[in-house]
Design a protein around this ligand. Structure first.
Ligand SMILES: Nc1ncnc2c1ncn2[C@@H]1O[C@H](COP(=O)(O)OP(=O)(O)OP(=O)(O)O)[C@@H](O)[C@H]1O
Length: 648
């Protein structure tokens, strides 16, 4: 820190006091310099190994929090001190918090800058408050004492992210009749009509032609031998993203000669994979194309049988399109003899932001390595031979090879370039219904690591919040369900224990057909529960976030967040189980007093349109109370019983 001591001439009348003040200033300056040296030494331990430095970074971050508390205590409250105006001070504190919450490697660097600029006076090597407040009439110390605001770092996005191809978000407007995209195969058009689909939704109208163009010359080489761009698609829940990739993939593979795994769809859950494979089955029906579902629902051996067949001269592939969860996919890459991804043309990553989060399982590098094997005998047919794509040169272009095109889909696609970089996208193109990236004013809000801008919601969805107390939360849920009398209500909790207890309580209360969906049940049971819910046999399904993403159950009219979701992305997916495909739906979130401010701010930041407050006056709840009290005692007994059984 630079400190300057400027002595000023103040006239003969001040000559007496000058010596005293000068001495005091000099002493103060010495103390400051001494503290600054000490701090410098603490900050930079000599010859610290890089690993140590990396490990010590979070600890340093923790240490920094303490001075902030001191600052709050000291700043402005000490008698005689010169505080900043209260609102301004508050704002600076919030900003520090934001910096602390920001993820990634920039965090320590940014935080330390923040600490320098806004730390406690002591922490900065400044004077203690009482000294700082004394007027220094003849000395002026320049530099470092002002609460200078650290300039915000503006995100610099690559052009493809900053300027996406815009897609209409309203699926009831801008529909494109099926016949207006003649590039889609007549057989597929027929199947679409047979499914009751007469027009493409906006995202389909944008993505299907783009994908068909990249496969216009067949799936082996793209137009002119060039490698096609990878596509990223960000569109609201229920806007028809599944068909946006199913139709072009099926069409590209329709005329394949030999069965090989050419399209691979990776999804985060078994239920979602099952749902997507069902859609593929519809559109590959009466074609030679085969779809394999690889999720671990069947034994590994059974799945192997559906993927490869041993023949006299090697192995025969049995699937053209594979729909898989990442764990089981890697099992097959490692353990299934004859399993090959060397002919993979499309890698579709659905719920891409969630899949990026699961990259620690390193499923993607394994898939890419399997698609571009570096060892083994070379295929004599040059067109089918592949090497990992590198820099495009004249030489690399002379021998065209089958590209591997990555297609990413999500309602909450990350706009964080660092996260997307992990996917190794090639000249990506983004189709988005959202507004361009807008850094939130409080990045600490969306602490799931993706603080990128706003999301778009289905137009037919209305958002409500219900202030309530912890004690009456279940009663409020019951009141909502009984009051609204919807036939399909999906209620989310934050844990399987909460789901189970609420299920037991509602069951004991009676009057509602209820079921729970969580990891307490096996895949078979979960499948059957979802089916019953879809058939309308279950009125209220209480679920963990296992059904929050992608699950497409027709006719869900109401989503209740019994436990408020912690992250905006979770909220987007949960409430997206209703108001799908242009229908209307309602979302209610129960909020405790302490949650209200943060939650409403999070939603405002995320671009949730018009959150309405829905009060449930106690007069309305009162008639339900006696039954509720009874149900509570039944729940208590049931929980005790379960504990006993567990212990036994
Ligand atoms: N063009 C269309 N016309 C009518 N209905 C359609 C059309 N396209 C898709 N649908 C229906 O819309 C519903 C939602 O589609 P889909 O599951 O693909 O949405 P999504 O965008 O993937 O949603 P999420 O982000 O929640 O996974 C499905 O029931 C599907 O059958």
């Amino acid at each position: 820190m630079a400190l300057f001591h400027v002595a000023r001439y103040s006239g003969p009348e001040a000559a007496g006091a000058e010596a005293e003040v000068d001495g005091r200033a000099r002493a103060l300056l010495e103390r400051l310099q001494c503290r600054a040296r000490e701090r410098q030494l603490q900050k930079q331990p000599p010859q610290q190994a890089p690993e140590e430095a990396a490990q010590s970074a979070p600890a340093a971050g923790k240490r920094r929090r303490r001075p902030r508390r001191n600052r709050r205590r000291e700043g402005g409250r000490e008698p005689g001190s010169t505080p900043a105006p209260p609102n301004k001070r508050q704002k600076t504190d919030d900003e520090d918090e934001d910096e602390g919450a920001e993820s990634g490697e920039e965090k320590p660097a940014e935080s330390s800058v923040g600490a320098e600029a806004a730390g406690s006076p002591e922490g900065r090597g400044g004077p203690p408050p009482e000294e700082a407040s004394r007027p220094l009439t003849h000395s002026l110390v320049l530099g470092g004492f002002g609460r200078s605001k650290v300039p915000k770092v503006q995100p610099f996005l690559p052009v493809w992210l900053a300027q996406p191809s815009c897609v209409g978000k309203n699926v009831t407007e801008g529909l494109v009749p099926i016949e207006d995209i003649p590039a889609v195969h007549p057989d597929l058009q027929k199947k679409l009509r047979a499914q009751g689909i007469s027009s493409y939704f906006p995202v389909q109208a944008a993505v299907i032609p783009a994908l068909l163009e990249s496969t216009a010359n067949g799936f082996l080489v793209s137009r002119g031998g060039y490698r096609p761009s990878d596509l990223c698609v960000s569109a609201p829940t229920g806007s028809g993203k599944t068909l946006a990739f199913v139709i072009p993939v099926v069409q590209a593979l329709l005329h394949r000669a030999v069965c090989q795994v050419r399209a691979l769809v990776v999804l985060p859950t078994k239920e979602l994979a099952q749902q997507v494979s069902k859609v593929f089955n519809v559109y590959t029906d009466a074609t030679p194309l085969r779809v394999a579902l690889i999720t671990g629902q069947k034994s590994l051996a059974k799945e192997q049988e559906s993927l490869v067949q041993k023949t006299a001269d090697g192995f025969r592939c049995l699937a053209d399109i594979m729909v898989a969860t990442p764990g089981r996919l890697v099992d097959h890459v490692d353990q299934t003899p004859g399993f090959s991804l060397q002919h993979l043309r499309f890698l579709i990553i659905d719920e891409a932001d969630r899949m990026i989060d699961s990259m620690h399982q390193s499923w993607l590098p394994r898939v890419v390595a399997a698609a571009f094997p570096s060892e083994g005998p070379k295929d004599p047919c040059a067109l089918l031979q592949r090497t990992q794509p590198r820099v495009v040169t004249a030489a690399s272009m002379c021998c065209p090879q089958m590209p591997l095109q990555k297609l990413l889909f999500s309602a909450t696609l990350t706009q964080n370039p660092e996260k997307l970089q992990q996917l190794g996208l090639y000249q990506p193109r983004l189709f988005s219904t959202g507004s361009a990236y807008r850094a939130p004013s409080n990045p600490g809000i969306d602490v799931d690591g993706d603080s990128g801008g706003k999301y778009t919601f289905p137009v037919g969805l209305t958002h409500h919040y219900v202030p309530c107390s912890l004690r009456f939360k279940p009663l409020v849920v019951l009141h909502l369900i009984l009051e609204m009398n919807f036939s399909r209500v999906l209620c989310f909790t934050n844990s399987r224990e909460n789901s189970h207890r609420l299920f037991l309580l509602v069951q004991a209360f009676g009057g509602v057909t209820v079921a729970e969906f969580s990891s307490r049940y096996g895949p078979g049971q979960r499948k059957s529960i979802l089916k019953q819910f879809e058939q309308g046999k279950i009125q209220l399904l209480i679920s963990t976030d296992a059904t929050a993403r992608g699950i497409d159950v027709q006719g869900v009219q109401l989503v209740v967040n019994y436990d408020a979701p912690q992250y905006l992305r979770t909220y987007v997916h949960r409430v997206g189980r209703t108001a799908r495909a242009g229908k209307s739906g309602q979302a209610f979130t129960l909020l405790l007093k302490v949650q209200e401010r943060r939650f409403l701010h999070m939603l405002e930041e995320g671009g949730v349109p018009g959150m309405e407050r829905h009060d449930t006056p106690s007069e309305l709840l009162q008639p339900l109370v006696p039954r509720y009290e009874e149900a509570l005692s039944v729940l208590e007994k049931a929980v005790k019983e379960e504990r006993k059984q567990k212990a036994a």
